[in-house]
Design a protein around this ligand. Structure first.
Ligand code: NDP
Length: 213
């Protein structure tokens, strides 16, 4: 088993890097959700392998019950009170069509490192995505296994109510913002990448890629 890519994927308001409010997202952006689904579900190599999504317990709870576990991805939830590597089978009445166990299984871990180590050992897992929330992102950014950040940069002309923020800066000391061609390479051809800024619900946003120097 070899070390797999570990990628942070996050949508944040710029420049404050706010990402949440009262346990949910400060916005509802349909095309952003579609991008997230395409990036994290898709596989680049044409194999039947799946990707893993690692998230904190609070982000897990913020996903409406009928949408979790996220289908087609290995869901890994972090809590300090979970037994490491415990597997939970979640019956999701909305996943009638599920033919694999990936849609109904959630694996619980009590550290970011052990979730990554588990993924490294699983031959059927490709890319490991860190999908939030703030507490998990703020730790993961210091983990040297994380080499890439897929950041949706959101702009708003109106004030946005937020209480949860990324605590790191993306500047050119440690992270380099890559061009669209490199973003395309990283997300794969199955992902719809618009040419221009997207306008939705009063927000303007762009999909960007940052790589560790
Ligand atoms: P998190 O989702 O980061 O979950 C925090 C919990 O994760 C902790 O309470 C703890 O669970 C567990 N945890 C944290 N660190 C570790 C560790 N090292 N090992 C084991 N378990 C750990 O919560 P936040 O409140 O920080 O973020 C949630 C907010 O972020 C929401 O508002 C959500 O909507 C938003 N969000 C935004 C995203 C975006 O892209 N804009 C994406 C995802 C979330 P326990 O207490 O059980 O021990």
């Amino acid at each position: 088993p070899s070390a797999k890519p570990v990628v942070i994927i996050v949508a944040a308001l710029v420049p404050s890097l706010g990402i949440g409010n009262k346990g949910t997202m400060p916005w509802r952006l349909r095309r952003e959700m579609k991008y997230f689904r395409e990036v994290t579900s898709g596989n680049n190599d044409g194999s039947s392998n799946t990707n893993a999504v690692i998230m904190g317990r609070k982000t897990w709870e913020s996903i409406p019950e009928k949408f979790r576990p996220l289908p087609g991805r290995r869901n890994m939830v972090l809590s300090r009170s979970y037994p490491d590597g415990d597997v939970q089978h979640t019956k999701n009445p909305h996943h009638h069509q599920a033919t694999t166990t990936t849609a109904t299984t959630t694996t619980l871990f009590n550290s970011v490192e052990s979730a990554i180590a588990y993924c490294d050992q699983s031959v059927d897992i490709n890319t490991i995505y860190i999908i939030g929330g703030a507490e998990i992102y703020n730790q993961a950014v210091n983990n040297q296994r994380v080499r890439q950040i897929l950041l949706t940069e959101i702009n708003s002309d109106q004030p946005v109510e937020m209480d949860t923020f990324l605590e790191f800066k993306l500047d050119n000391h440690e992270w380099i913002k890559q061009n669209r061609q490199r973003l395309r390479e990283v997300v794969g051809h199955h992902v719809e990448l618009p040419q221009e800024e997207i306008l939705e619900n009063g927000f303007r946003y762009n999909f960007t890629l940052w790589e560790r120097k």
